[in-house]
Design a protein around this ligand. Structure first.
Ligand code: PLP
Length: 404
């Protein structure tokens, strides 16, 4: 091949017949158990104590310490973690301020509690709950704020606490994506009435399915413990309608084993994110994630924003141009062809979910706009330095083609 032909094939999008930046796909997530996780699970299976036991207890103690919380309680998943704290903290008919830009569970469990979700817009820089919009949505029925540390980025906790103190609101933080994020130098378990976590396989640490609650309120910890196990206060005495939301000890052992590596794995995510930030800073039309002032991001996801005004779909690419997300979707398709996996978190804001239709008067506009300009690229702990560099290269190549 002549040098001119080589240059042409590396500049040409792989989607249009050029050479991909990476010959194999760089995955968005990699779910891998370490040999020590497997041995920990086997140990429980061999010993036979399968139900919640000493491993869950040890996971709770170590997780509380690592997140600067007084109490931690394991449970079956991140959704029932929300349910277990919403139940004692909210009353039926309460209005609860929730982010319009989050995963469904943050808001759906408010409805499951019999409370009313009030959708608050997203901050256009951090994508977390916009506390000015939250303040504008307070009514005499507002009882709580349920905010998500989305993608691993802590919310503006000072602003949440200020609003909560002014109106005597309960505060729950959904940290399903934010294990080991910090705010003002303290673990996120130090803040709010309760914080909930998920250990689903794609999360920063996993137990298969699994969840956890941290709190600094002894009474709340006791209520969660009781609701988690059939509302039982003493053996076969049930004072509340509760659930069986317990974690198994096999999951507890896997979680405890994973937790030993979580600080190191989170540091890897952060250094990958820093390298991606540097690459994106050089690419017009793309914006790297902004960490909340005072926060330290846990980078469960790395969300890139596409400047739709400066980008257009290059000739020759087949897209549905009538869709508001056409440019973003084509951009992702082109990146995938270069060997970089992408994901959309999320394709629509919560106020646009059919299930909430009857509860929404107007759609928060920033959240609505994020559904067509954000996309996530790999940031996980298993990326090699070469893969991170290739992600940067692929972003530059595709952005250049889309800038025309
Ligand atoms: C922000 C958020 N909240 C809650 C959940 C629910 O967690 P789980 O899947 O463990 O029930 C998730 C899971 O994806 C999440 O991302």
């Amino acid at each position: 091949m002549t040098p001119a032909a080589t240059a042409a094939s590396t500049d040409t999008l792989a989607l249009l017949g050029g050479t991909p930046v990476s010959s194999s796909m760089i995955p968005l997530v990699q779910v891998k158990l370490d040999e020590s996780d497997i041995q920990a699970a086997l140990g429980v299976m061999r010993a036979g104590g399968l139900a919640m036991g000493k491993n869950c207890l040890a996971l709770e103690q170590e997780f509380a310490q690592l997140t600067d919380a007084a109490y931690a309680l394991t449970c079956a998943n991140g959704t029932c973690a929300l349910q277990l704290v919403y139940e004692p903290l909210f009353e039926r008919g309460d209005e609860v301020l929730v982010p319009a830009w989050s995963y469904i569970a943050t808001a759906s469990m408010v409805v499951a509690r019999g409370a009313i979700p009030v959708f608050v817009d997203a901050d256009p820089r951090t994508y977390n709950i916009d506390m000015r919009d939250a303040a504008s949505k307070i009514t005499p029925r507002t009882a709580a704020i349920a905010a998500t540390h989305l993608y691993g980025n802590p919310v503006d906790i000072d602003a949440v606490e200020k609003l909560a103190a002014k109106h005597t609101l309960s505060v729950v933080y959904d940290a399903a994506q934010a294990h080991l994020a910090t705010y003002k130098g303290r673990g996120i378990g130090a803040y709010g009435d309760a914080v909930t976590y998920s250990f689903y396989p794609t999360k920063n640490m996993t137990t298969g399915e699994g969840g956890l609650i941290t709190t600094n309120d002894e009474d709340l910890a006791q209520q969660v413990r009781m609701l988690r196990s059939h509302g039982e206060t003493t053996k076969y005495t049930h004072t509340h309608i509760g659930y069986n939301y317990r974690m198994t000890d096999i999951e507890g052992a896997i979680g405890l084993s994973q937790l030993q590596r979580l600080p190191e794995l989170t540091a890897r995510r952060r250094s990958n994110a820093a390298a991606l930030d540097r690459a994106i800073a050089e690419i017009p039309g793309l914006t790297a994630p902004t960490t909340t002032a005072g926060g330290e991001h846990a980078y469960h996801l790395y969300a890139v924003r596409l400047d739709l005004d400066s980008m257009q779909v290059p000739a020759g690419l087949d897209v549905d141009r009538s869709s508001p997300s056409a440019v973003r979707d084509a951009f992702c398709k082109a990146l995938n062809a270069e060997g970089v996996a992408t994901a959309i978190h999320y394709p629509r804001s919560l106020s646009h979910q059919p299930v909430f239709e009857s509860m929404v008067d107007e759609h928060p506009p920033v959240a609505e706009s994020l559904a067509s300009c954000l996309f996530c690229i790999p940031v996980h702990q298993f990326l090699t330095t070469d893969q991170v560099a290739r992600i940067g290269e692929a972003l530059a190549k595709v952005a250049s083609a889309f800038r025309g």
